[in-house]
Design a protein around this ligand. Sequence first.
Ligand SMILES: Cc1ncc(COP(=O)(O)O)c(C=O)c1O
Length: 381
Amino acid sequence: MDHSTMPIEDHYLIPSYSKLPFSVEKGQGCYVFDEQGNRFLDLYGGHAVALLGHSHPALIQAMVDQASKLFFYSNVAYNSARAMAAKSLVDWVGGDRQVFFSNSGAEANENALKLAQIVTGKDHFVSFSGSFHGRTQGALAMTGIRKYRDSSSSKVQFAKFGDIEDLERRLDGSVAAVMFEAIQSLSGVVTASKEYFQAAVKLCKNTDTLIIFDEIQTGLGRCGHEMYFHDIDINPDFVTLAKGAAGGYPVGITLAKRDLVKDLKPGHLGSTFGGGPLACALITKTLSILKNDHLVGRAREQGDKILSILKNTRHIHEVRGQGLLLGLKTDVPASDLIQRFLKKGIIVGGSLDPHIVRLLPPLTLSDKDISLFEHALREIF
Ligand SMILES: Cc1ncc(COP(=O)(O)O)c(C=O)c1O
């Protein structure tokens, strides 16, 4: 393979993404390799997906084992991989919950919204300025079957993130659910205080408003806790997961409190591929590796090590986030810094804030990898 694959991709794909200037052909642990075999330390984790690093041998084995038993069967029949994945997820997230499987983060959120609408009978929602929850739009609005489309019309208000009075003004009893992205990653790793979230929960309770927590980036250990909502001591009605939940295999997960959804009828939700055996085998394996390798604590430890390095770094004025979801505020444009890191063989991410560089590395990040980052940082500045 040579350089010619990049123009081919440009020619045949609808131009939807700005691209890194190389083709990733191989991954191993925290590293990826381009066509020429150049190695890059991946502190962006393939878009926060490579929770366990790239091509983890135990995930490969789990995939091969499941694929050779059963590649796919839909939800019309029971399947042991699906049963185990759902049980492992509920054990991980905690509480008495039930699971719905889909294929992406956006779908996981759509299903949470839909459930909230069905169980409350209300069709207004509140979200927040700066939040990101996915790109699907209008798939249901385009659906010609009325019984499906009826539950999809939603009216959304956007509250100011972190401003409790603004949220209070919007919660008047007509809102089905509030959806939180508790650390707004794409906006530049914007956070709010524990007190804010706890006050928001009280407001929701007093106005019969359900709470949806989008933990697609913050969950599964990345922020140094099994789930971010554990850290801020709240108990959302719905939780959504995706990204690295199956180690890089596409999956969307919506968890709901059992008492909210236990009387749902077949037909309300559905997905052909959601809950497929391959994805499910990989979810169970991912969670068992996270647990057995103590990667949640490791995310916290490695995040703290990076923080202490950054504290003493010129041009870095603030570090946001926690664990291994970090936003570095710099006086250098983030786009320049990303290029400078690339020249040093390190992939870091940008955000919508032109002065924030994001780090979303695998939780398996080693001390040696952190030293490499530190060394590059010193050279760059
Ligand atoms: C917080 C959050 N929610 C939802 C999504 C959408 O996930 P997907 O791209 O898998 O649809 C993303 C993706 O980046 C995300 O970061």
